[in-house]
Design a protein around this ligand. Structure first.
Ligand code: SF4
Ligand code: SF4
Ligand code: SF4
Length: 158
């Protein structure tokens, strides 16, 4: 197999850290090859959640808001790095709740569930403590609406 990196193919264009790309992005390696870092997707996003990430490649910052899957970012992309197609799932990321969750530490909190339009966050009652949240991967769209409202920054998209 030809080692393109050793032959200097990527010289001058270092591989950026893998981050969450805008919806309808190509697979990471193909995305990095195609993306020209023109910023068109960033300026097109009405939610303001597309930001310049490592190396200037676009990434999503869910602390700024949620993705509505409007498709504006992908339609603005002329390089082919983002390819809007309503028939194709925009991405496969899903919300994950970490150990910092307040409910897991005995503090009543349902902020994430209150912001989830698809009701993907279910709270299971338990003896001796507040109900615990859990993500239903089949209902979660990866929109990120639950991320910013979480007071303990316990939710990440993976
Ligand atoms: S689909 Fe819409 S809301 Fe989501 S990142 Fe793209 S432009 Fe922003
Ligand atoms: S909003 Fe955060 S702290 Fe509150 S229940 Fe959800 S994950 Fe836990
Ligand atoms: S990412 Fe969106 S759909 Fe998934 S749990 Fe959070 S708010 Fe609900």
């Amino acid at each position: 197999m030809v080692d393109l990196a050793r032959r200097g193919f990527f010289r001058g264009r270092p591989r950026p850290r893998a981050e969450i790309r805008p919806p309808w992005a190509l697979a990471e390696a193909a995305f990095v090859d195609a993306c020209t870092r023109c910023d068109d997707c960033r300026t097109a996003c009405p939610q303001g959640i597309v930001v310049a990430g490592d190396g200037g490649y676009p990434t999503i910052d869910f602390q700024r808001g949620e993705c509505t899957f409007c498709g504006d970012c992908a339609r603005a992309c002329t390089s082919g790095a983002l390819r809007h197609d309503d028939a194709v799932s925009p991405w496969s990321i899903r919300a994950r709740i970490g150990d910092a969750c307040l409910a897991a530490q005995g503090v009543e909190c349902r902020a994430c569930g209150d912001h989830c339009d698809t009701r993907a966050i279910r709270f299971t009652p338990r003896l001796g403590g507040p109900a615990l949240p859990a993500i239903d991967d089949d209902l979660c769209t990866g929109c990120g609406a639950c991320v910013a409202p979480c007071p303990s920054a316990a939710i990440a998209l993976r």
